[in-house]
Design a protein around this ligand. Sequence first.
Ligand code: NAG
Length: 282
Amino acid sequence: MAGRRALSMAVAVALLAAAASADSWLYEEFTTDGHVRADYNAQGQQVTSLILDRQSGGAFYSRQKYLYGQFSIQLKLIPGNSAGTVTSFYLTSGDGPGHDEIDMEFMGNETGQPVVLNTNVWANGDGKKEQQFYLWFDPTTDFHTYTIIWNDKNIIFKVDDLFIRSYKRYGDLPYPGGKPMSVHATLWDGSFWATQQGKVKVDWSSAPFVVNYKGYAVDACTSNGDGRPLSCPAGTDRWMNRQLDGAEWGTVAWAKQNYMHYNYCKDGWRFPQGFPAECSRN
Ligand SMILES: *[C@@H]1O[C@H](CO)[C@@H](O)[C@H](O)[C@H]1NC(C)=O
C-alpha cells in the first residue's frame, strides 16, 4: 500500500515536473528584478506578471546572450488607466555607450484611449529610429503575440500574424549586428515620456498596475561575448534568411497607412539637418 502510494506520488511528481518544464520559461531563462510574480494558468502555461506601484516596477532579463534569432512573447497589457506606464519586450547589448537595442514598447494611456506600440532600433548608441503604431485590437483584454526577428539582413517586427515593420541593413550604415544581446521585459513609470508626450502622468490611485506575459519562445544563436563562437540551433533558415515577401510588405503598408502614429522619417523638426540616410532608401 505504502509502496504503491509512494510510487504513484513519484509518478505524479514526475508528470508535474514534465508539465512544468514544458512551459517554465521564467526562472530557467531569466533573472528577475523588482515586482515579479509567476503562476500557471489552467492550461499549464506559465504566466509572469510584472507589477508597478509607487515603490518599484518589475523586470526579467535573460541570462543568455544571443546574436540573431527569433524572439516572441504573448502579452496582456494593463487594463483601464495605464497612462504614464511603459511595458516592454526588447533586446539590448547592455547599457554602455555605443550599445545596440531592438525595442517593442507599449505606451499606456487613459481609460478608453489607445495604447501606442513603439518600435525602435539602436545601432551603436543611436536610437532615433522610432515608428509607433496604434493596435487594431484592444491589447488589454486578451493575450497577443509580439515577435522580433533579427538577422544580418533586417529586423522584422510582427504583431500576431501580421508584419508591421522591417528595418533593413545597408552595408554603409550602422546596424545592430556585432554585439550579442539579451532579452528584457520591463514595466516602469515612463510619466515623463510615454503618454501624450509626457502630459499625462501615472495616476497612482490606479496602482498596482499589472501586465501579464506568457508563451515566451526563443529560437536564436547564442553568444557568450564579442568574438566568441556562436552556437546556433538546427534549422536557423527559419529566421536567419527571413525577409518579407510581397504579401508581407502589404501588411507593413497596411499598418503604416492605417495605424501609424509616428514615423521618425517624417519628423523634420527632429532632423533639421536632414533625415537619417535609410529614410530615403526604403
Ligand atoms: C493616448 O490617447 C490620446 C487621445 O486619444 C492620443 O492622442 C495618444 O496618441 C494616445 N497614446 C499615447 C501613448 O499617448
